[in-house]
Design a protein around this ligand. Structure first.
Ligand SMILES: *[C@@H]1O[C@H](CO)[C@@H](O)[C@H](O)[C@H]1NC(C)=O
Length: 338
């Protein structure tokens, strides 16, 4: 992998397995088995890859950069270029926001009402990825602002929106039902290009429950006010209960695919490795509990997001350099990928 690829948003396996992988070299669905990723023939699968944010929008033509100019002056489709570059660098997995980033281009417009143009864009990406031997991690929603996000689900549910708890989303019955309905919709989506149901498509490496789910039991300003200390355990409990409930629902709807949380991977307050969290204390206040998630039978592997510049430097640095690492229960930790 060249330095260029390293600079990109990396998804790098912590496993020291060297095996030429990809859909061409590996058979069928990938699963976690005995501390390794394996294919259907039980051959080891090395996951190394790329993280993307707006490929759905790009594929749908909803943002400007649908074409990219190559050094020879030719223009090419960004989706094909992204996947081909990944394949050329021996990357095997691409994590993708299978939801909108921009508020004006959601996948789900209103509860149960979908943007077919966005769905067709996902169909296209999955089909192209399949041809190039890249597997895809599909993120089902976002913690942050934008489309298909926690604030949007909350706004659809009067109880959550009116609640004083900023994270009623994780426990509000209507929000939870809406999220489950979305899971059901996703796994049963029939790809308009290759006619596969998403739940039957081995191109999908795993589902990611939500991008960076947090219960923001403290406001954006840091340090959190003192009273927030008392709401920490409840906040963490709510988030963990949501992860357990949604992952088990997802497994019941789609038993073939792996499931991961999508969190940054912070240790909770009092955890033995809390000191390994980034920053000066805020990370353990986000409700994440890496230990709890690793223990869930419905979570197949763990992932951590690494934002060395943002987390280590001052909040005003404005850098957007991020990395992602994945590992399997029992061996994952917060060690940085090179
Ligand atoms: C995190 O999860 C572990 C395992 O379930 C549990 O023992 C611990 O109390 C949790 N920490 C917090 C802060 O909830």
């Amino acid at each position: 992998m060249g330095p260029k690829a390293r600079q990109a948003y990396l998804l790098a396996s912590l496993l020291a397995v060297t095996f030429p992988a990809g859909l061409h070299a590996s058979a069928g669905f990938i699963r976690a088995h005995g501390g390794k990723f394996v294919d259907e023939e039980c051959k080891p699968f090395l996951a190394s890859g790329v993280n993307t944010w707006e490929l759905m929008e790009v594929a749908a033509g909803a943002v400007e950069s649908k074409k990219v100019q190559l050094s020879n002056g030719q223009e090419t489709d960004v989706v094909q270029w992204t996947l081909a570059t990944a394949a050329a660098n021996s990357l095997t997995v691409m994590r993708m926001f299978a939801h909108g980033v921009h508020p004006d281009f959601p996948l789900q417009i209103a509860p149960g009402e979908y943007n077919e143009k966005a769905f067709k864009a996902l169909d296209y990406i999955l089909d192209e990825a399949s041809k190039l031997g890249i597997r895809v991690i599909m993120t089902l929603g976002d913690n942050w602002v934008g489309a298909d996000s926690k604030p949007i689900y909350s706004s659809w549910s009067i109880s959550a929106e009116e609640s004083e708890d900023p994270d009623a989303f994780f426990s509000d019955p209507k929000c939870k039902q809406d999220y489950k309905n979305h899971i059901k919709k996703m796994v049963n989506r029939k790809n308009t290009r290759n006619k596969r149901l998403y739940k039957d498509d081995p191109t999908i490496f795993a589902w990611d429950l939500m991008n960076e789910p947090r219960c923001d039991c403290f406001p954006e300003e840091f340090p959190p006010p003192e009273y927030m200390t008392s709401c920490r355990p409840e906040c963490a409990h709510k988030l963990q209960a949501w992860v357990a409930e949604m992952s088990s629902y997802l497994k019941a709807q789609d038993p073939k695919h792996m499931v991961t949380v999508g969190e940054e991977g912070f240790w909770g307050p009092g955890a033995k490795r809390e000191h390994a969290n980034p920053g000066n204390g805020w990370a353990s206040l986000t409700g994440q509990n890496f230990t709890a998630n690793m223990n869930l039978p419905t979570i197949d592997f763990a992932a951590v997001h690494l934002w060395p510049d943002n987390w280590e430097a001052s909040a005003s640095s404005g850098s957007m350099t991020g990395q992602l690492a994945i590992g399997l229960p029992g061996i994952a930790n917060t060690q940085k990928v090179p």
